[in-house]
Write a protein that binds this ligand. Structure first.
Ligand SMILES: Nc1ncnc2c1ncn2[C@@H]1O[C@H](COP(=O)(O)OP(=O)(O)OP(=O)(O)O)[C@@H](O)[C@H]1O
Ligand SMILES: [Mg+2]
Length: 514
């Protein structure tokens, strides 16, 4: 063979005819593609299309039934993450995998230090600091991982891969858990990595990110590679259509028909907490037939507000009334009994129990309700029927109601949790980041469900960091900053820029002052 000309594209990774089946389901169907040096590929596809599965095969977590993976011209032995690491492939998972009780530097060097030198040497430390400075991945090496924010944890995951000399970096929905500002910082890091010759595979459901970050887009549909575009030659509409097979229409919003106040917070405060803001005399009225959007940078009190609203935390001051009645003993049970449903922010920590079945998860807190009990015992048939109905209505891709929920793709898990919250026709709905991790089709479906709930008279609080989502759905918008709420504005009243300024903690313009 002749020596390669320097202009020739250098292929760093080659997947050939990868097929993976889970029982009757073909999660990956004869997928082939190549990744070039310095290239960023965005991998798109509906929830359950097979993206994570494919990356897990590439990284050796799963063994493909057919097909091969080659990195830098060498075949990778299947099912061997160690070999993938040695071949300089690094992976940042959809769900992080760090050891919580260890420090950042211990996590980064885990498995690379000799067994008999548990103490970090000077060069290792210096290397971490250098990588962190060079690639804009700021984090305190001595901090324990348990004390870190999600954004910081992700930086540690990336550092860990770089520390091992990764030349190919796989990021599975890295921005699903980030604030918009953190996402921008991540993109700057990715740019620096590419300039240093790394190649990247990036999974995201956010099409504007895909457009901004990638060189090439691959679209998976039901396990098959269904489309490929150069990013410069496509647009968001086309990508959405490639993914779900049709154009996505923006939600149709009927004029609001506001009803009675259903949930009223009067000067509600919460106790000081470690990180994140606490509520400082927050007054808020949720009216039936309206979606109230709560915009804000995460960590400004959203978590405290959501915890109080769902009964997880009792207020330290102020009063809460539901349907005109002041509530005294506030607990998740009373909140639920008063007709407040919640779509939790973190579907893994509070939303679901991984090793329980889909059926067990969808009845969740309602196992004592009349609908699911027969003479004091759980009515399994009613529960299973309900699970089947949700799977059908919400188009959840899952083998059966008996499957452990852990095996569902991220987005499909989210759809079930949504169905669980919206099904009993709650009068008040706390929708906390309801579309995180959902594909564009599913986002549109959820938006329509929330609007339908509003139109039948429910009061909805929509907490979202996605300003586009807030603007599309909300009848009234509030901004939360440092535990305080702005005055409300109605649809279209404040510009994106004004909202942005409030989110950044700037004082309100005089016309909005209370
Ligand atoms: N270990 C497993 N056992 C059985 N089925 C599985 C397993 N892992 C994944 N699946 C199934 O394979 C399909 C593809 O899942 P995958 O996680 O790859 O989807 P995804 O494209 O990453 O979706 P999302 O965007 O929701 O994260 C899903 O139907 C999922 O339920
Ligand atoms: Mg996935």
């Amino acid at each position: 063979m002749s020596p390669k000309a320097s202009t020739e594209v250098e292929t760093v990774l080659r997947l050939t005819d990868i097929t993976k089946r889970f029982g009757p389901l073909t999660a990956n169907d004869a997928i082939s593609f190549e990744l070039a040096r310095g290239e960023v590929i965005a991998l798109l596809g509906e929830n359950g299309a097979g993206k994570t599965t494919l990356m897990n095969i590439l990284f050796g977590h799963y063994v493909a039934d057919e097909g091969t993976v080659e990195a830098f011209g060498e075949l990778l032995p299947p099912g061997d993450p160690r070999a993938a690491l040695d071949a300089r492939i690094g992976m940042v998972h959809q769900h992080f995998t760090l050891a919580d009780n260890m420090t950042v530097e211990e996590n980064i060097t885990l498995g690379t230090q000799g067994l008999f030198s548990p103490k970090l040497d000077h060069t290792a430390r210096k290397r971490i600091v250098d990588l962190s400075t060079n690639f804009g991945l700021s984090v305190n090496p001595r901090a324990t991982v348990a004390s870190l924010s999600v954004g910081e944890r992700q930086r540690v995951e990336i550092l860990k891969a770089l520390y091992r000399d990764a030349r190919i970096l796989i990021l599975d929905e890295p921005t699903a858990v980030l604030t918009p500002a953190e996402a921008d910082a991540l993109f700057r890091t990715l740019k620096l990595l590419v300039q240093n010759g790394l190649s990247i595979i990036f999974i995201s459901h956010k099409l504007h990110e895909v457009m901004a970050v990638s060189d090439r887009v691959l679209v998976l549909r039901a396990g098959r590679l269904s489309g490929e575009r150069k990013t410069a030659e496509t647009n968001r509409q086309e990508l959405a259509a490639l993914m779900v097979g049709q154009e996505i229409a923006p939600p149709q919003v009927a004029p609001p028909r506001p009803g009675a106040p259903l949930l009223v917070f009067d000067k509600v405060s919460t106790a000081r907490r470690g990180t994140g803001a606490f509520l400082d005399r927050v007054s808020l009225t949720l009216t039936g037939g309206e979606i109230t959007g709560l915009a804000g940078v995460s960590g400004n009190g959203q978590a405290a507000l959501a915890a109080v609203m769902s009964g997880v935390e009792a207020p330290s001051g102020g009063t809460i009334s539901v349907g005109g009645q002041t509530v005294s003993d506030w607990s998740p049970r009373t909140a639920l009994a008063s007709g407040i449903a919640r779509i939790p922010e973190d579907r893994h920590a509070v939303g679901s129990i991984g090793d329980m079945s889909v059926t067990e998860n969808v009845i969740g807190e309602r196992y004592r309700s009349e609908r699911f009990s027969k003479r004091g015992l759980l009515d399994w048939k009613a529960a299973r029927d309900f699970a089947e109905q949700l799977i059908h209505d919400y188009d959840v891709k899952c083998p059966s109601p008996d499957a452990r929920i852990r095996l569902l793709s991220g987005g499909n898990m989210q759809k079930l949790i949504l169905g669980r919250a919206l099904d009993p026709d709650p009068i008040v709905i706390l929708a906390n980041q309801p579309t995180r991790g959902l594909d564009v089709g599913a986002v549109s479906y959820v938006h329509n469900r929330l609007l339908a709930a509003r139109d039948r008279g429910a009061a909805i609080l929509l907490i979202s960091e996605d300003l586009e989502e807030i603007l599309a759905l909300s009848d009234r918008i509030l901004v939360i900053s440092k535990g305080k709420l702005s005055t409300p504005s109605s649809r279209g009243e404040r510009s994106v820029r004004e909202l942005g300024e409030l989110m950044a903690g700037h004082a309100e313009a005089a016309s909005h002052a209370a």
